[in-house]
Ligand binder design. Structure first.
Ligand code: OOB
Length: 513
């Protein structure tokens, strides 16, 4: 069920990318090899590998007893708390599939994910448990914290029977796509491909038993989850330190007291850290930055100001990861977004007709490889355009390649706004805005911004009295949408510029897409 044609699957196995192990095996190995070592630190709670393993196993038995099993989807909506990990491993153990909602998601996104994935359970924090009212079709609601009318997640765990584990080619996790056209899609990552991702990433980043990784970004993102992130750290026998905010006031003291050695940020947060640091962060060896383009000037300040190495990461939840390597010359690290992780990542750069561009020219990146999906989940129609006939994923990113193999991200050819790493699916926001009575038509575009890279601007053609930003934000908030999708600006216009094909000319409106 992995989606790769047999000949590719055979090659990826033969070359050692796929080892036919499930993600639970990495925790089981850790618990056997170093049971007393610290696996997770979450505030005052410290779980050893044995404890994390035992908690995940008991939770797996409890979920199994409730009839949740292989292939069932479970909507996981948690910030960086230790239960995120015990639950994920429990689901990996029984072959149920976590669908990873992001902490800022609200009613609209939760309803969309529920209709797309038809989950059997929703796991949410106490603060957000009211969101369960919007998805009454989900059979089980488990709450982390005080449960109210629902079941506490802790109460689910039992000592009991366990089913056989899943097939390593089964889907292990469903990640949310940054969105190409239309509504966000789900990305099916298999045990085999995700295991390769986190293992190879941990090797590239030099992670080992002494690594102490700070999860500052929400772990529901692929980057802090598996690039190498928390899962790569646990594979390497290191310690994961959890943080629910990446603000310098929260993160800096934690880095010092927990002697954190590595972490990952999006560029706007890296800028905040650069401004806040009065001296280097002593224990920190590595800062990874990715999710949107880091400016070279900011990249050059990381070493001198924070006293650690920088690694640029250009990745996508669909798979492909590019890293600058630890020993790379300085200008490679500051001026490029790195090179592909795997030798078998087939990256081609093409023009609008799909013809490869000249070496060094800019074009759209297309990719296939041992950890890049061949199709979104339950999206047959969209897959016909999102992938080429020969199985390459059309990233929608405009890149160029240096003779040395590194990629530089130059722009984008897709309708997504990248607001400092948070991806805004333009069509989703436009559809919600169109339901406002004073909105006749709307185009949401990205406008350049020094800190965020881009911010969002809603250009509105009014029906009757012109709506203000306040009106539109109130309208969107009434639906319940993630705060990062609220337009930063609203401009009322008479008409939209059009391209020769009659489409809204987003570039002319000030956007770059
Ligand atoms: C990461 O994943 P997604 O799925 O949220 O977003 C992917 C998109 C890419 O297609 C590209 O448009 C943009 O985000 N992007 C970058 C970038 N890293 C991602 N654009 C410029 N420079 C970079 N360094 O964002 C993601 C997944 C894994 C690791 C890191 C980031």
């Amino acid at each position: 069920m992995s989606g790769w044609p047999d000949e590719f699957a055979a090659r990826y196995r033969e070359r050692g990318y796929w080892r036919d192990r499930t993600l639970f095996a990495l925790l089981a190995d850790g618990a056997r090899r170093w049971p007393e070592r610290e696996a997770v630190v979450d505030g005052d709670r410290r779980w050893t590998y044995r404890e994390l393993h035992d908690r995940a196993t008991r939770l797996a038995a409890g979920l199994h007893a409730k009839g949740i099993g292989r292939g069932d989807r479970v909507l996981v909506h948690l910030p960086n708390v230790a239960e995120f990990l015990s639950l994920s491993f429990a689901l990996f153990r029984i072959g149920a599939i976590p669908v990873l909602a992001l902490p800022p998601h609200r009613e609209t996104e939760i309803a969309h994910l529920a209709s797309l994935a038809t989950p059997v359970a929703y796991v949410v924090t106490e603060e957000l448990r009211h969101l369960a009212d919007g998805v009454p079709e989900i059979a089980h609601v488990f709450v982390v914290g005080e449960p109210g009318a629902h079941t506490a997640l802790d109460a689910v765990a039992v000592d009991g029977d366990l089913p056989d584990g899943p097939d390593p080619d089964d889907v292990a996790v469903l990640l949310l796509s940054g969105g190409t056209t239309g509504l966000p899609k789900l990305i099916p990552r298999t045990h085999n491909d995700y295991d390769y991702t986190l293992r190879a990433s941990a090797e590239v980043c030099g992670f080992g038993p002494t690594t102490r990784y700070l999860a500052a970004l929400p772990m529901a993102h692929n980057f802090p989850l598996a690039c190498p992130g928390v899962l790569g750290t646990l594979w390497a026998g290191g310690t994961v330190v959890l943080c629910t905010s990446a603000d310098a006031e929260t993160a800096f003291p934690l880095i010092e007291t927990e002697q954190v050695t590595a972490t990952a940020l999006v560029p706007p947060l890296a800028l905040v850290w650069l401004d806040a640091a009065e001296r280097g962060l002593d224990s920190l060896d590595l800062l990874q930055v990715g999710g949107s383009r880091l400016k070279a000037e900011a990249a050059r300040r990381v070493g001198p100001v924070l006293g650690c190495a920088l690694q640029q990461v250009y990745g996508m939840a669909e798979g492909l990861l590019n890293y600058t390597r630890l020993g790379d010359p300085e200008e490679i690290v500051t001026d490029t977004q790195g090179r592909p992780l795997a030798e078998d990542d087939e990256v081609r750069i093409v023009d609008a007709d799909g013809t490869p561009v000249w070496p060094g020219d800019t074009g759209e990146l297309q990719v296939r490889g041992p950890y890049t999906i061949r199709g979104y989940y339950r999206a047959d129609e969209h897959n016909r355009t999102a992938f080429t006939a020969d199985g390459f994923y059309r990233s929608g990113d405009l890149v160029r390649r240096l003779p040395t193999g590194e990629l530089v991200v130059e722009g984008r050819a897709k309708d997504v706004i990248n607001r400092g790493g948070d991806k805004i699916p333009v069509e989703e926001v436009e559809n919600l805005l169109l339901s406002h009575p004073a909105v006749h038509d709307v185009a949401v575009v990205g406008v350049p911004d020094d800190v965020m890279g881009e911010r969002s601007c809603a250009y509105v053609i009014a029906r009757g009295a012109a709506p203000t930003r306040k009106d539109l934000v109130a309208h969107l908030s009434a639906f319940g949408v993630a705060a990062f999708k609220l337009p930063d600006r609203v401009r009322v216009v008479e008409s939209f510029p059009r391209t020769s094909l009659g489409k809204v000319d987003r570039k002319a409106l000030g956007g770059r897409s």
